[in-house]
Ligand binder design. Structure first.
Ligand code: GTP
Ligand code: SPV
Ligand code: MN
Length: 589
């Protein structure tokens, strides 16, 4: 008798008609074969899916060039298909599940002809964790199969674990012919099912990542009393050897990976990495909030990564272990067969190809690497990996931080008065858009909790859920806002950022431990200037004052914009958030 899993795979194969079906076991040998297939057989735009790189300098690393139209998440083609439109909310594109399936069935008829269907069994979360989820994704491209093995705990044991059960998360993925007109990323939250066609790009195609672990998991969390968030999880060890766990939400390409692996500029501090993108939170028996990272890899932004900005990531990328490392849409040095990107330590070589494979040099006047070029690499390579990483219970979080890319207004750091005010700070957050999604770059948009593109249901209900999680905790984390991105008249960043951000984290930890007082303002608690440790850097008092300033006139404009945004959720916006809004607004008058 076929199991429900086998029947489901068979049914998808009847529709998509692959030439072969390969059930993956997650082994190292198999990963090598899959990459080999990508180098020798499978093609994108007539070119191989993978190219080998210089194995001495970049051990076990491969280069991938995507289809030129397929370089970032496509939010306008991403749908959340609840039966009721209201449940999806104004924050999601919506289609009725039946209509969505009809459309995708039409597009997918025979879409895997001539190709291999890879069956990928994987866990999101440690298999021993009661919060982990067993999942199976089908895909028709080696790049996605190889990436999923780096990003998730892929193993044939998951098939045994699923056994005869119907209870597993399903993902159906095909690159189709990469036609943007036939590209859709559709979510069916009540069926634990994601169906994605036409794209091989990370967030569109690695269905365990944003699609399941955020969009669908956020809905599960709403129904079951937990949270799925777009957050870093990190431990900060202070000079006494005490580790404080912190979770940080920032929109795409706003600094999560860099923060999660930071080499602190203050002596005696050390950062331990648990995750750089996704956190699942549960309330523990002790009334604290515990976080696990459901992933085991980084899918990180390449440009700007260097020994100066993120030495720990450079070491991670050059480490040789069980998992290969992939580079996507970076430039390529043809003489040395090394990847290259803007902001890396070395100058470009003489014989360079840009991310599209065209000859390139510094005079070309274009970027060599795509601004959203990325690496896929195992978290187990990281020299900063926390020893708690595989702890199935997760780590207790003492502070939650909301950040974003704001060139004006938002102070370097602000502490919320209490949980509900913190939820307000998360909900009113905005950020200037980046290249991580296809849209105009650099425009301010509201992005509550950095979850606007990832919340799988009505954000009004999501805010309510946040408020209610706070009331269920005896010891909720303190909530903060940060902004590394204030610029001066010349457009230069005022705050040095990266490893220097420890100075802000130090203040946050000192607040959590009641070691320093703060300055109450209408928008929250700010540091006294003297409490930001500036040993060893050159930043003027005037600059520091500027980025820790509360400009009432500008805040009023901000609040008007926040009000418009809040109004878009109508009655679903919790009264608590309007109360917090009114408090800030009245004080700002
Ligand atoms: P996703 O993977 O898209 O979710 O992005 P992320 O939030 O992990 O962003 P990441 O750490 O990859 O950083 C994105 C960009 O921001 C890179 O170009 C970094 O160089 C830049 N960046 C990161 N941290 C800082 C900082 O403290 N200051 C400044 N000025 N730039 C930063
Ligand atoms: C992001 O865009 O937030 C990323 C990359 O982390 S993706 O996996 O494409 O979502
Ligand atoms: Mn992300």
């Amino acid at each position: 008798m076929a199991t429900p899993l086998e029947k489901w795979v068979e049914k998808q194969a009847e529709l998509t008609r692959p030439d072969r079906i390969h059930w993956c076991d997650g082994s190292e040998e198999e990963a090598r074969l899959i990459i080999q297939k990508g180098m020798e057989e499978e093609k994108i735009n007539g070119n191989p899916v993978f190219y080998p790189l210089n194995n001495e300098k970049w051990p076990n690393a491969y280069f991938h060039r995507s289809h030129p139209t397929d370089v970032a998440r496509t939010e306008h083609l991403t749908y959340v298909c609840h039966p009721e439109k209201e449940t999806a909310g104004p924050n999601n594109n919506w289609m009725h599940p039946e209509e969505a399936k009809k459309l995708l069935t039409r597009i997918s008829d025979g879409c895997m002809r001539g190709r291999t269907m890879y069956v990928l069994p994987y866990m999101m979360g440690h298999p021993d964790s009661r919060f982990a989820k067993a999942c199976v994704q089908l895909t028709d491209i080696s790049y996605v199969a190889a990436s999923m093995r780096i990003m998730t705990r892929m193993s044939k044991k998951v098939i045994e674990k699923i056994g005869n059960s119907e209870d597993f998360v399903k993902g159906l993925h095909s690159v189709g012919d990469f036609d943007p007109e036939k590209r859709f990323i559709m979510h069916f939250p009540d069926e634990n099912f994601v169906w994605s066609v036409g794209s091989g790009y990370g967030g569109n195609a690695l269905l365990g990542k944003k699609c399941f672990s955020l969009r669908i998991a956020s809905w599960l969390g709403y129904k079951e009393g937990w949270l799925a968030e777009h957050m870093v999880i990190m431990g900060v060890e202070d000079p006494d050897g005490e580790i404080t766990y912190i979770a940080v939400a920032m929109p795409s390409a706003c600094g999560k990976t860099n923060l999660a692996m930071m080499e602190p500029a203050l002596a005696g501090y050390k950062v331990w990495t648990l995750g750089d993108d996704i956190a699942w939170f549960h309330i523990g028996d002790d009334g604290r909030l515990y976080a696990i990272n459901p992933e085991i890899g980084f899918f990180g932004v390449a440009p700007g990564t260097s020994m100066r900005s993120n030495p720990n990531m450079m070491k991670t990328l050059r480490c040789n272990n069980f998992y290969p490392t992939l580079f996507t849409n970076t430039a390529l040095n043809l003489d040395s067969m090394e990847p290259w990107w803007e902001g890396i330590d070395e100058q470009p070589g003489k014989n360079m190809l840009d991310w599209q494979g065209n000859k390139w040099n510094l005079k070309s006047g274009t970027k060599a690497a795509h601004p959203n070029s990325r690496f896929t690499v195992s978290i187990y390579n990281a020299p900063t990996l926390s020893k708690e990483f595989d702890n199935p219970q997760g780590v207790p979080v003492s502070a939650i931080i909301f950040g974003g890319r704001r060139t004006q207004l938002i102070p370097l750091v602000t502490e919320a008065f209490d949980w509900n005010h913190g939820v307000f700070i998360g909900a009113r957050s905005g950020s200037e858009t980046t290249a991580a999604a296809i849209h105009q770059v650099g425009v301010l948009r509201r992005d509550p909790m950095a979850m606007l593109p990832f919340c799988g249901y009505n954000m009004g209900d999501y805010f309510n859920h946040w408020i209610s999680m706070g009331s269920k905790m005896k010891n909720p984390p303190k909530i903060f806002s940060v902004n590394w991105f204030r610029t001066d008249e010349n457009g230069k960043f005022i705050w040095p950022g990266f490893g220097e951000n420890i100075r802000v984290l130090k203040w946050i930890i000192d607040r959590v431990k009641n070691r320093v007082s703060g300055r109450e303002t209408s928008v929250g608690i700010l540091p006294h200037l003297k409490d930001i440790d500036l040993t060893g850097i050159d930043i003027s008092d005037e600059d520091l004052r500027k980025i820790l300033d509360v400009n009432i006139k500008e805040w009023k404009e901000e609040l008007e914009d926040v009000k418009k945004f809040f109004n878009s959720f109508g009655k679903r916006l919790p009264a608590e958030l309007w109360r917090e809004y009114d408090k800030v607004y009245r004080q700002a008058l």
